[in-house]
Each structure stands twice: as C-alpha cells, then as structure tokens.
Design a protein around this ligand. Structure first.
Ligand code: TYD
Length: 209
C-alpha cells in the first residue's frame, strides 16, 4: 500500500458515515497500516471542549464558524500533522468541508469568508481523499429519528441535528458545491444503498490506495 494518507469522511447528519468510518479504519489496520481515527469538531482536549459548546450553546453564525476553525487549528497542529509526519494514516470524521456545508450552506455564511478562514488555518494542507456519503435528506432524517430512539438515556439531538429539513437540504447543496469545486479529491458514495453494498465500495476504494 502507498504512503500514509489524510482521509476525511463527510455527509449530512444521518448519512451513516461514522459507522462506515470505523469499519474503514479497521480494514486499513488489518492491512498493516498505522491509523489514527479522529473527529471534528474535537480531536484534542481543547477541541472537545469547543465541541461541547458548539453542539449545545446558541451563538452567532460567525462565532460558530470561528470556533469550528479554532478547534481545527488545534487539531491540525496537535494531531493531524504530527501523525502524518510519523507515517500514520489519519481518518477524520469531518473537516473543513463540513464548515462550508453547514455554516456556509446551512446557515448562509458568506462562502468567501470561509475560504479566507481555510486559507488562514490550513493553507498547505488538504485531505488526500474525501469520502462523501450522499443521500436524500428525507432518508437521513428518518435514520436520525430512529437512532435517537435507541440512544441511551434518551440523549436528545444536538443543536445541528434539531434543525429542519430545509437546513439539511442547504447543507447537502453546500457539499455538492464543494464537490464541484474540488472534483478530484472526492469520492461520492450513495449512502442510501444497503450497508453491504457500501462496504463493498469501501473495499474497492481501499484497493485504490
Ligand atoms: P457529527 O459529526 O454528526 O457527530 P455525531 O455523529 O457524534 O453526531 O456531529 C458534529 C456536528 O457538527 C454535525 O452536525 C455537523 C457540525 N459541524 C459543523 O457545523 N461545522 C463543522 O465545521 C464541523 C466539523 C461540524
């Protein structure tokens, strides 16, 4: 297999990316790769504190974007770059595409402002590949509702998950815009397929690496 890569997983809430990410990381490990699994917002002690605030505390849209990128800067410097430099694969559950999709698409924050933040925070780093799990918003919302019923202690949905269908339509459109802007980086996976079909596709993707 080729040298260690930085891979990100993206999709609207309910697309199932976290399940697929765990499976994908295990499959890479079984092939002998050293893999760091991480997530955004989060991935560092400070980032996880910011995640808690971002997912639960109402705030201005600009503040939301700035805190996402603040958590990301810590994540890049403390986790992502050191791991890549020591030859480890990094698989992140979300990265900057989520800021464009959620804060840009979903909340309507100016796309250029997000591009400026991206240029500031990681001018020299982009994922080698991004696996985008795409599916109609209505299916994603059904999955989210059924997973909420099975969460322990009736854990309620977070601030983003509580948004309405039109918000997620804009998030999805935001992701599609990013895919059009960087077509070579993305692998778009039809997340409405049965889980075994998705696993097979992930197997094929791993072989490409
Ligand atoms: P998510 O990755 O879906 O975690 P879980 O599967 O544990 O719910 O939750 C993170 C939320 O944060 C998700 O709703 C998208 C949102 N988010 C943004 O709005 N902007 C960002 O830049 C990132 C990284 C996440």
């Amino acid at each position: 297999m080729s040298k260690a890569k930085f891979i990100t997983f993206e999709g609207v809430d309910g697309a199932g990316k976290s399940t697929h990410l765990a499976w994908f990381a295990d499959a890479l490990r079984q092939r002998g790769s050293d893999v760091v699994v991480t997530r955004e917002p989060g991935g560092t002690p400070l980032g996880e504190q910011l995640r808690e605030i971002l997912l639960n505390q109402p705030m201005n849209i600009g503040t939301e974007a700035l805190l996402m990128f603040a958590a990301r800067l810590e994540h890049i410097e403390q986790v992502i770059k050191p791991a890549l430099h020591s030859g480890k694969w990094v698989i992140s559950d979300r990265f900057s595409d989520a800021s464009f999709a959620y804060q840009g698409g979903g909340r309507g924050l100016d796309w250029d402002k997000l591009s400026q933040l991206e240029q500031w925070v990681h001018p020299d780093l982009q994922p080698d590949r991004t696996l985008f799990f795409d599916l109609p918003v209505e299916i994603a919302r059904q999955r989210l509702r059924s997973s909420d019923n099975t969460r322990p202690n009736n854990t309620s949905l977070d601030r983003f998950e509580q948004e309405q269908a039109d918000f997620f339509e804009r998030v999805r459109a935001g992701y599609h815009k990013r895919v059009r802007q960087n077509p070579l980086r993305y692998m778009v996976i039809d997340a409405a397929q049965p889980i075994n079909a998705i696993k097979q596709r992930l197997e094929e993707i791993i072989l490409l690496f």
